[in-house]
Design a protein around this ligand. Structure first.
Ligand code: ADP
Ligand code: MG
Length: 451
């Protein structure tokens, strides 16, 4: 698969944006976006649905444009466009007329995510070995295989690599993110097609399910996944699960499911050490057909320490910058290309819990003290939960810190509030609108320098 300049620039931008916004915020709004086209200063970003388009347009436009301007050194006007391709997992099944959920279409994997292109280092060697074993010997001793690690460390890459091997050996394999699983499940209930849903998930030899944390606390979906899990596992069919933390740390996950995840093998991917980062950069430059000297690669590997997505972003940035200024890539030029990011990182304005709390309180006609108090009337309780939700979305505060800010409450109260609001948003358009408005106010207060 050729990458277009828009894709490349957007990858680089995502690498930066990931540092600039909180983790849940990144995951909710940016993780599933794509660079679609870049022409005449107009940059089109593909997003999975109109809700994301609206949020990004209202709240992150200026940050995104600044990032793109930094990368391209030109004025950029960004447009968020709902990208039809995200419908793929559903529509690839709905092509089948009468029986929309029946599974005969093979899943589409990213052609870049193979074992061949996966660089093995001490940070990921166990996960890699386990994945390889599962690919070659599905349903064996590593069932389920549970791979966990932070964002951008290669979980999806590894799981899809298993998928490629399975497809090649004609194993009936299904790859789905837990989010897709959830959406599909809800839809089948609405359309009364649960039997087909059951059939689809239970007739495969291998189920690859990415980012499982998404189903935790979603009652019926979790229940349905649990049944699928038992049935597949009982008949020795392979299950591979990824997550951002180990099973015991997934908030709100049913105890029963938690222990199932530990039946097979639980393995982690750690952030890459310097040597691995360098090896990955060497592999990526080779893949792109560009030659970059070792001292430059070392410089990039030193700067990008968090994860591999960031590493790729930095590399793309250096390459894009060299192309723009039509100069060859020297360590000086690379340092110059990366200087911006490092400075921006240090100076970045950030949203504080008190900004969130004040804005939420105002929008509910309450005072920040009400939210911190012991008041339990419905309106105050809802406002407090919204404040917890938004503080988690918009800041990098820990759950414990958020609890402290909102009247010394326990971290489990914060998790509960977060999950509750997250599911309300799905069902209540009014609350969804209100939250979008609050987010917009927070971002414009910040921009106006009022905080
Ligand atoms: P995660 O799912 O853990 O968030 P991804 O699998 O999406 O991370 O990986 C992020 C990017 O880093 C992808 O482009 C992927 O190809 C690349 N990547 C991750 N790990 C490796 C590796 N060991 N070797 C080569 N590329 C990697
Ligand atoms: Mg992933």
């Amino acid at each position: 698969m050729e990458t277009s300049p828009a894709q490349e620039i957007w990858e680089a931008a995502l690498g930066e944006l990931q540092i600039g916004v909180s983790k849940p915020n990144y995951r909710t709004w940016l993780a599933k976006t794509e660079g679609l086209s870049y022409q005449d200063n107009q940059f089109v970003v593909g997003v999975p649905n109109p809700f994301v388009a609206e949020y990004l347009d209202k709240n992150q436009r200026s940050l995104i444009e600044k990032t793109l301007i930094g990368l391209t050194q030109r004025d950029v006007n960004v447009i968020f466009q709902v990208d039809g391709r995200y419908q793929e997992p559903e529509s690839s099944y709905s092509d089948q007329g009468e029986n929309p959920i029946a599974t005969t279409q093979p899943p589409k994997f990213n052609s870049k995510y193979t074992f061949d292109s996966f660089v093995v280092g001490s940070c990921n060697s166990l996960a890699h070995a386990a994945a390889l074993e599962v690919a070659q010997n599905p349903g064996g001793s590593h069932n389920p295989l549970f791979i966990y690690g932070g964002v951008g460390l290669g979980k999806t890459h590894l799981v899809q690599a298993i998928g490629h091997v399975a497809l090649a050996s004609h194993t009936r394999v299904l790859y789905v993110s837990a989010e897709q699983f959830t959406n599909e499940f809800i839809k089948t209930i609405q359309e009364r097609k649960t039997e087909e849903f059951r059939h689809k998930y239970r007739s495969v030899d291998m189920l690859l399910i990415d980012d499982i944390h998404f189903i935790a606390g979603k009652g019926q979906t979790e229940e349905s996944f649990c049944h699928t899990f038992y049935e597949l596992h009982n008949t020795n069919r392979q299950i591979v699960i990824t997550n951002d933390c180990p099973p015991e740390s997934i908030p709100l996950l049913q105890e029963r499911l938690r222990s199932c995840f530990e039946w097979g093998l639980v393995t982690s991917i750690q952030p890459p050490d310097f040597k691995t980062r360098l090896a990955i950069l060497q592999a990526k430059t080779k893949d792109k057909g560009v030659t970059i000297t070792l001292d430059v690669l070392k410089l990039i590997a030193q700067r990008a320490q968090r994860n591999i997505r960031e590493l790729e972003g930095y590399l793309n940035r250096v390459i894009a910058y060299a192309k723009l200024v039509r100069a060859s890539v020297t360590p000086e030029l690379a340092a110059q290309a990366l200087e911006d990011i490092t400075n921006k990182d240090a100076k970045r304005l950030s949203i504080t819990p008190s900004l969130v709390i004040e804005t939420v309180a105002k929008s509910f006609n309450l005072s920040p003290l009400d939210l911190k108090s012991g008041k339990r009337d419905r309106e105050t309780a809802l406002a407090r939960q919204v404040a917890m939700y938004l503080t988690r979305q918009e800041t990098n505060c820990s759950l414990a810190q958020i609890g402290m800010e909102l009247g010394n409450r326990d971290h489990s109260t914060v998790i509960h509030a977060y999950k509750k609001i997250e599911s309300y948003i799905d069902t209540s358009p009014d609350l969804k609108r209100k939250i979008l408005d609050i987010q917009q106010t927070i971002h414009s207060e910040l921009k106006a320098g009022n905080y």
